[in-house]
Design a protein around this ligand. Structure first.
Ligand code: CP
Length: 320
């Protein structure tokens, strides 16, 4: 595949290739020489029309660890604020010779538009578009779950993942439902009825309104950020009511099986969907997810920009 727009586009084999390649790259990059020569001479552009901490930094780190040149573009402070269109911005990047464009955009569908427009010749990677998808987040979440939960064969089949909170505005939830379904996990969404999208009954997952009823049956509990900036006040119960019914605190965490992990894509609203006690507990993988994000993004860039299993092997001697 040339682009990564949606987790729904990934077959099981595609997803396993990204995850296994990320494991291999994590092993290689963890050795004393952290930089691999694999993408030397290639240019990766980070095109961010919406704020980001984790995704932008980890794509930059991933590209640099593969020796690519990186251009960071943020809409704030650019000619976008003078009204320049996505097309003209893309044509400008194309003139700079971008081999891959990593795009975050407030409009669902912007990465797809970029990939199919012909404005740029390189690969397009969706780093989060509106409320649509965030495929590399789902991949790094699956990578983290495999490390904690998988037995022989490193398979997530049959694992039970509960995703809790503001599903309506969450591109992370949508990508996770698709990817985890492809990998054979059983996903349950827990949310207030007003924070579930129209048509959720057609998604490949269960829906529940009772967090306490599902915690004891969960291998991983993924808390979602309440996205106040996208929120219509009419959709939202009071903060206190939300935390009481859908927040994860120490008492609820104690009801989870001993092996179960707590996940959060970040940024967290401490005191809203997750208490500080849970966020700072050893069962919470939020910081580990960020570190794993670098390996996943290395894998995605490596595979899209022409890597192969044999090319990974080929870099090993230089690492020695
Ligand atoms: N998880 C995530 O996408 O975080 P950022 O918005 O900080 O990139």
């Amino acid at each position: 595949k040339r682009h990564l727009i949606s987790a729904a586009d990934l077959t099981r084999d595609d997803a396993l290739l990204v995850l296994d390649t990320a494991e291999e790259l994590a092993r290689l990059a963890d050795r004393p020489i952290k930089k691999l020569p694999t993408l030397r001479g290639r240019t990766v552009v980070n095109l961010f029309f919406e704020d980001s901490t984790r995704t932008r930094i980890s794509f930059e780190a991933a590209a640099k660890r593969l020796s690519a040149d990186v251009i960071n573009f943020s809409a704030k402070g650019s000619s976008v604020s003078k009204g320049e269109s996505l097309k003209d911005t893309a044509l400008t990047l194309e003139a700079m010779g971008a081999d891959a464009v990593v795009i975050r955009h407030h409009s669902s569908g912007a990465p797809h538009r970029l990939a199919t427009s012909g404005w740029i010749g390189g690969s397009v990677v969706n780093a989060g578009d509106g409320t649509h998808e965030h495929p590399t987040q789902a991949l790094l979440d699956a990578f983290t779950m495999r490390r904690h939960l998988s037995g022989p064969g490193r398979d997530l089949a049959g694992r039970r993942v509960t995703i809790v909170g503001d599903v309506l505005h969450s591109r992370v939830a949508r990508s996770n439902v698709h990817l985890l379904g492809t990998l054979g996990a059983q996903v349950t969404l827990v949310a207030p009825p007003t924070l579930l999208p129209v048509g959720v009954e057609t998604w490949p997952c269960e829906v529940s309104y009772d967090l306490d009823g599902v915690l004891a049956k969960s291998d991983a509990v993924m808390m979602l950020r309440v996205q106040s900036e996208r929120m219509n006040a009419a959709f939202f119960p009071t903060e206190r009511e939300y935390s009481r019914r859908y927040g994860l605190d120490g008492t609820r965490m104690a009801a989870m099986p001993e092996h179960a992990i707590v996940m959060h894509p970040g940024p967290m609203n401490r005191g809203m969907e997750i208490t500080a006690e849970v966020a700072d507990s050893p069962r919470c993988t939020v910081v580990e997810q960020v570190a794993n994000g670098v390996s996943i993004r290395m894998s995605v860039l490596y595979l899209l920009l022409g890597g192969s299993e044999s090319a990974i092997s080929a870099v090993r001697p230089e690492e020695g």
